[in-house]
Design a protein. Structure first.
Lengths: 800, 244
């Protein structure tokens, strides 16, 4: 049963510990200290014991009840242990400022944090209960009862954050007076929430994150401008697949280092290589990196140098040390992705490293635009002054600007903040000095107003026509309003066009001679400090080098086989990349590549590019990769092709890089929950199922609990069974499936019963083919039924 | 002369067992330290306890990090896991001493009744000082014939509290029966209690920390007394005499 127990001093006794907290708060922040008029501290324990109610009650009485000084609050479990009402109201009566305004700050140990107190309480309860059950769980925390009429929520948050809770180990929440007086928090469901096992908790956290993200994605209300955008004259850009926060780019690099490694077998070789690689990127204008890939021998294998001396160096361990040292030296987050066993005992050791970097788009992409081309004139931003205070909008605008520059779609950009449209037109750069047309259809009112009235935060952009549709799609996707109100011309006139007719015309020389040309102010907007730390301009300030666990959302996958790693390069954005690395030999074929691509897609990535590095010849791989590039438009970058005669092997290091709009929505390849439904989605690269899984279409991808790629095969159901068993292995779950036909690749996905209707509906709408295969079960057996109802059972426990 | 076996019941977080070993050895006991798990492993039940040992000491410190209250977790172990009844042990001729948090353990075991406890002092900090304790009454065999004792105290829970609802009755019981056997110099504060047999003593000060005059904070002022035994030792000598 689930029990919550709160214990604290009786109303008649002072609370020295709480007084000490009050004193400390006053020392740290006298303003808040004065607002706090009375304070009490209670110890809280959330417990689950598999025992009869009466025994648990008895145990609580023995363990928690000190009848002389303490009250114990348990909801209605032990009414006699507390005051007259059995709620915190009894304790509040002790406050000198009655009735007063009370607040509660509750903290509890995080699920994965070491909780000594919980261990002792659990042990004590088990001692009294007279038996030990591995399922017994206790989480402890504290509840601070504060009285203060002038206390605001931010004050309480300050107390919680700065004094009361240690946020790395404890989570905290605020409780209102009503909640404190009621006993709802003692209900089993409430208590059970805190005692979930870590897997469940992480799932629930993920869902919470998603909920917050949905909130952020809400478009600000710009009704007025949206009407304009809906006019038929507005451009119809195709729906963009890029969703949010694409201001960073990546530049992977795969390096083969056998020779260098042979030069110096010590750790410093790898360290120097990492350093060199990072510095190499620095020279090319890159700003930040994630060093990713290490393809290394087994750690237990001895390294043999060219000199014939066997060295007992464990290269993998050394490499990890080197990565760590490089991370510290260069202040760069690192993620070691994959370690492969070197099967060829006679060959020297080798490794590849790769990195993903953020480019300084402003440095690299400017100046490539022709000045004489005809450009579209677009105003990007809000007309509403209020909306510009929205930081989400500001961030989006900045991201859109950087992305547009990166996409080479802008010829010029003029900051319009607090300037009239006339001023902006006067300050147009040389590209517009040969004349321009203002097309007032649908936007005449806006033009009339802002020719004299100042514009709010935004840009006046000269957009290259070829990139116009792409750019407009980008802006729409980011929810940024824009008005396309004209084009540059080579007529030498400024013309106002309505319904295709010229309504007014002014010679541009006259226009500029009458009005003094203002020097254009470009990019002034971006110099404003939107974020407190600008990582792009201050890479050395980036202090997140040890947060690999955060960057690599699936750390358990790192040391094993071919598994994608999800990385979040920008801390201010949740968008990220999915990197899948593999080292393949001569057996590499299209089916294998297809499988790797699907693995990347299963994780939620939209495949962008493939980096390849060869050893001793390209062999037949090149044609496979070229085919990929030709048919699906995935760029394939062959960085180096090294020939080393001393190594009698042919290897291909592959790095598949995909983008993911939100790293929190990344999926793992394991079945998680009992009773989830398993579906099969066909998985050819251009099929709707693949597009949906990659997030190109639809929005219920978050409803999936997992997605597993199935190896391609011509006949037999071994790949399907293999995929199912590997997905069941991690949590030792079972499944009851019906495999009625051959599964040529594709995916298995698991969906909860509650979400299946929404997901299936979306599949139907989007055109995704799907087939219900079976359900996940708690008993660790994979029961496979074929089309003739023959049953085959695989014991997952045996595989473990 | 046969030495009496004494059990020092150690637990995670308890302190001072080395001083207790020294003091018991000096007083003529054969001390043995067992931790909680050891007691369970050796299956020392009530019968075994009475047969093997003549004295049980509960040391101070903060057993089990004083979670659930000082000495509470240890008391639960003694009561529910070992199933020892220390009052019966005393009735059968044994002696029990609880010092510091060990005193709290005895209070949680209710050997002195269930109206008494120790609670945190108003500063909420560890009290680390020397104080003068005056033995009171003649019930306690541990304090027989002793005068004022200067002993160190090292605790957070130093405030002796009597159940407010039964204040008069409970206080009267202590005074009438001579259970409040150790008081502060101003007789305001109760520093120690003994049970009705006088063989179980719980006290806040630590006699084991004052075995020699060099342990005293002002021994440098009286260097000639450096070799003299400390006042704490006399309690253990009394215990040895009581068992003879």
């Amino acid at each position: 049963m689930f029990v919550r127990v709160e214990s604290g001093f009786k109303a008649g006794f002072s609370d020295p510990e709480a007084s000490r907290i009050h004193k400390k708060i006053t020392e740290l922040h006298s303003g808040i200290g004065e607002k706090v008029r009375w304070i009490r501290k209670l110890n809280v324990a959330w417990m689950e014991f598999d025992a009869p109610r009466d025994k648990v009650v008895q145990a609580i009485q023995h363990c928690f009840k000190n009848p002389v000084t303490d009250w114990v609050f348990t909801g209605d479990l032990l009414p006699s242990a507390a005051g007259s009402s059995g709620t915190l109201f009894d304790l509040m009566q002790d406050s000198p400022f009655r009735p007063g305004i009370f607040h509660g700050i509750e903290k509890r140990k995080r699920l994965n944090a070491h909780d000594e107190e919980a261990l002792v309480i659990c042990d004590a309860m088990q001692t009294v209960l007279g038996r030990k059950n591995p399922g017994d769980r206790v989480v402890t925390g504290e509840l601070m009862l504060v009285e203060g009429a002038k206390l605001t929520q931010s004050d309480l948050e300050w107390i919680a954050r700065n004094w009361f809770a240690q946020e790395r180990l404890e989570s905290w929440s605020l409780l209102s007076e009503e909640e404190l007086k009621r006993n709802a928090r003692f209900q089993s469901e409430q208590v059970g929430k805190y005692l979930m096992n870590p897997q469940q908790a992480s799932r629930s956290r993920l869902l919470q994150f998603r909920a917050t993200t949905r909130g952020n994605e809400e478009r600000p209300g710009w009704a007025g401008i949206e009407d304009v955008l809906l006019q038929p004259s507005a451009d119809s850009g195709r729906a963009s697949v890029l969703i949010q926060g694409e201001e960073w780019s990546f530049r992977p690099d795969i390096r083969f280092s056998t020779d260098k490694l042979n030069d110096d077998p010590l750790t410093r070789t790898e360290y120097q290589l990492c350093r060199q690689q990072l510095e190499h990127h620095c020279r090319r204008g890159s700003m930040r990196f994630q060093s990713i890939l290490g393809v290394l021998p087994e750690p237990t294998r001895l390294w043999r140098s060219d000199l014939g001396m066997e060295s007992p160096l464990r290269i993998r361990t050394d490499f990890e040390t080197a990565v760590e040292r490089t991370a510290i030296a260069t202040d760069t987050p690192m993620a070691l992705m994959k370690v492969l066993e070197d099967l060829n005992e006679t060959a020297p050791s080798y490794f590849w490293t790769g990195s993903v970097s953020v480019l300084d788009s402003r440095l690299e992409s400017r100046g490539s635009v022709e000045t004489e081309s005809i450009l579209d004139l677009v105003y990007v931003g809000h007309s509403d002054q209020v909306e510009i205070r929205n930081l989400v909008f500001f961030g989006n605008l900045k991201a859109a600007y950087q992305h547009s520059i990166l996409g080479e779609s802008l010829a010029f950009s003029v900051d319009t903040a607090s300037r009239t449209l006339l001023d902006c037109l006067k300050s147009l750069p040389p590209q517009a000095q040969y004349g321009f047309d203002l097309v007032v259809d649908g936007v005449s009112e806006w033009l009339r107003k802002h020719l004299t009235a100042p514009l709010s935060l935004g840009f006046l952009w000269g957009v290259i026509p070829e990139k116009r549709d792409w750019l407009f799609g980008e802006l729409r996707t980011r929810g940024i309003p824009f008005i396309h109100f004209g084009t540059t011309t080579l007529t030498g006139d400024i013309r106002v066009l309505e319904a295709g007719e010229c309504k007014a015309k002014v010679n541009i020389r006259e226009f500029f001679s009458k009005n003094k040309v203002v020097k254009p102010v470009v990019d002034e907007l971006l110099s404003e400090p939107v974020h407190s730390v600008d990582h792009l301009s201050a890479p050395r300030q980036f202090r997140n080098r040890f947060s690999t666990e955060e960057l690599v959302l699936k750390p358990e996958m790192r040391p094993t086989g071919v598994s994608p790693v999800v990385i979040r390069p920008e801390l201010t954005s949740w968008s990220g990349i999915v990197v899948l690395s593999d080292l393949v030999g001569l057996e590499f074929n299209e089916a294998r590549l297809d499988y790797l691509l699907r693995k990347s897609t299963a994780a939620g990535g939209q495949i962008q590019s493939i980096q390849a590095s060869y050893l001793n010849g390209i062999k037949s791989w090149s044609s496979i990769l070229q085919k990929l590039q030709k048919h699906f438009g995935i760029s394939v970058l062959e960085t180096e092709a090294i020939r080393n005669e001393s190594i009698h092997a042919h290897w291909l290091a592959l790095q598949i890089i995909s983008r993911i709009s939100d790293v929190r929505t990344a999926r793992t390849e394991e079945f998680k929950f009992v009773n989830d439904r398993i579906y099969w989605l066909p998985g050819d690269f251009e099929q709707a199922g693949t597009r949906w899984l990659a997030g190109f279409e639809g929005r219920y991808q978050t409803g999936l609990h997992s997605a597993i790629a199935i190896e391609s095969s011509e006949t037999g159901d071994e790949p399907a069974v293999k995929a199912l068993t590997s997905a069941l292995l991690k949590r030792r779950l079972g499944a009851d499936v019906r495999l009625q036909h051959h599964f040529p690749g594709g995916f298995f996905v698991s969906v909860s019963e509650n979400e299946r209707f929404a997901v299936e509906e979306e599949w139907r709408v989007v055109g995704v083919e799907y087939e219900f295969v079976g359900r996940i079960t708690a008993s660790p057996y994979l029961v496979i039924r074929d089309d003739e109802d023959r049953v085959k059972t695989i014991a997952i426990e045996d595989l473990v | 002369m046969n030495k009496y076996r004494a059990l020092i019941l150690n637990s995670p977080g308890a302190r001072g067992e080395r001083f207790l070993i020294q003091s018991l050895s000096l007083a003529g006991f054969d001390p043995e330290v067992l931790d909680v798990q050891g007691v369970l492993d050796y299956r020392i039940d009530m019968e075994q306890l009475c047969l093997k040992y003549r004295l049980v000491v509960l040391p101070g410190g903060s057993p089990y990090s004083s979670i659930l209250g000082g000495g509470k977790a240890l008391a639960l172990k003694i009561e529910h896991a070992f199933r020892w009844n220390l009052a019966k042990f005393a009735e059968r001729g044994g002696l029990v001493l609880g010092v510091g948090t060990g005193f709290q353990t005895l209070l949680h075991l209710k050997v002195f009744g269930d109206d008494y406890t120790l609670r945190i002092n108003p500063t909420a900090q560890v009290q680390e000082r020397w104080l003068r304790a005056i033995p009171s009454g003649n019930r306690c065999v541990w304090l027989k014939g002793l005068g004022a004792l200067d002993l160190p105290v090292n605790m957070t829970d130093t405030e002796f509290v009597i159940e407010p609802g039964a204040m008069v009755e409970a206080r009267g019981k202590l005074e009438r029966l001579g259970m409040a056997c150790l008081k502060s110099a101003d007789h305001e504060q109760t520093l120690g209690l003994c049970d009705l047999t006088g063989r179980i003593l719980g006290m806040q000060p630590h006699p084991e920390y004052f075995l020699s005059w060099i342990h005293s904070e002002d021994w440098v002022l009286n260097p000639t007394r450096a070799a003299a035994p400390g006042q704490g030792l006399s309690l253990f000598e009394n215990a040895a005499k009581a068992l003879e």
